[in-house]
Design a protein. Structure first.
Length: 225
C-alpha cells in the first residue's frame, strides 16, 4: 500500500507541463534561454516499461561551449532504474557520508538528514575522500526537480572520492527523475575545461533538467548524439 501511495503521489505531481526547481537556483548573467540544443538519449530500460527508452531535453550550455560543433551534456554515466529502488535507496547508495538524501512520503519531497557514522564507516569515509576529519566534508546541495512529465531530485556534491579527484573532478551533479515505474538517472562532473578554461556547468544542467521528457516516442526522434 505504501509503495502504491508513493507512485500515486509522484504521478499526480508529475502531470504538470512546466518545469520547476526548488529551491530556486542562481542563474548566471551569461545564461541564455535560447542557447541550447535538443538532446535525445536512448536508454535501455530494465523497468518493464517504455518511460526510459527515449529521453528528450533542452541541453542548455555556457557561452564557452558555443564554438563546439557537438554539445554533449557533461554526464559520463546514464542509467534507467526501477523507481522503487531509487525511492528506497535515496541518493548515492554506497556513499560513506553522515548525510542522506531520502524521499519523504508524507510531503512528497526529497529531503536530506544527518546521522552518525559507525567507527568503521568513519574510517572508510576518511580513506575514500582522502581527508583527516569528517568535518572537512561539505553538505550536499539538494534540489527537487519537476520536469515536463517526471519528478525527482538533483544533488550537487563537492565531496569527491580521491580516485575521482585524481582525474580532475571537483564537483559532481547526480539526478534521478521518475515517471511511472522507471527512473532516469545520470551523474557527471560539473566543472570542466573548455579551451583551457574552467567552466561551471551546474546552473545550465539544472535548467536542462526542467525540460526532461521521458518516454519520447521513437518516431519523434530526429537527432541524437
Amino acid at each position: 500500500m505504501e509503495r502504491f501511495l508513493i507512485f500515486l503521489t509522484l504521478a499526480l505531481l508529475a502531470q504538470k507541463s512546466v518545469g520547476s526547481i526548488t529551491p530556486e537556483i542562481h542563474i548566471p548573467s551569461a545564461f541564455n534561454k535560447d542557447r541550447f540544443v535538443n538532446y535525445y538519449k536512448v536508454i535501455s530500460s530494465n523497468s518493464g516499461n517504455s518511460s526510459c527508452d527515449n529521453i528528450s531535453f533542452k541541453n542548455f550550455h555556457p557561452p564557452e561551449y558555443a564554438t563546439l560543433k557537438i554539445k554533449r551534456p557533461p554526464f559520463n554515466t546514464w542509467f534507467c532504474l526501477y523507481s522503487a529502488d531509487v525511492l528506497h535507496n535515496g541518493y548515492g547508495p554506497g556513499r560513506v557520508s553522515p548525510e542522506k538524501v531520502y524521499f519523504d512520503t508524507n510531503k512528497g519531497l526529497w529531503k536530506k538528514k544527518n546521522y552518525t557514522l559507525s567507527k568503521e564507516s568513519s574510517r572508510l569515509s576518511l580513506n575514500v575522500y582522502d581527508i583527516k576529519n569528517l568535518s572537512e566534508l561539505q553538505p550536499v546541495e539538494l534540489y527537487n526537480i519537476q520536469s515536463v512529465n517526471a519528478r525527482g531530485y538533483a544533488v550537487i556534491d563537492s565531496n569527491i572520492p580521491k580516485q575521482e579527484k585524481q582525474n580532475g573532478v571537483k564537483k559532481s551533479l547526480s539526478f534521478c527523475l521518475i515517471r511511472d515505474e522507471a527512473a532516469f538517472c545520470a551523474s557527471g562532473s560539473m566543472i570542466n575545461l573548455v579551451d583551457g578554461k574552467e567552466v561551471d556547468f551546474t546552473p545550465y544542467m539544472l535548467k536542462s533538467l526542467e525540460t526532461v521528457e521521458m518516454g519520447y516516442r521513437r518516431n519523434q526522434i530526429i537527432d541524437s548524439y
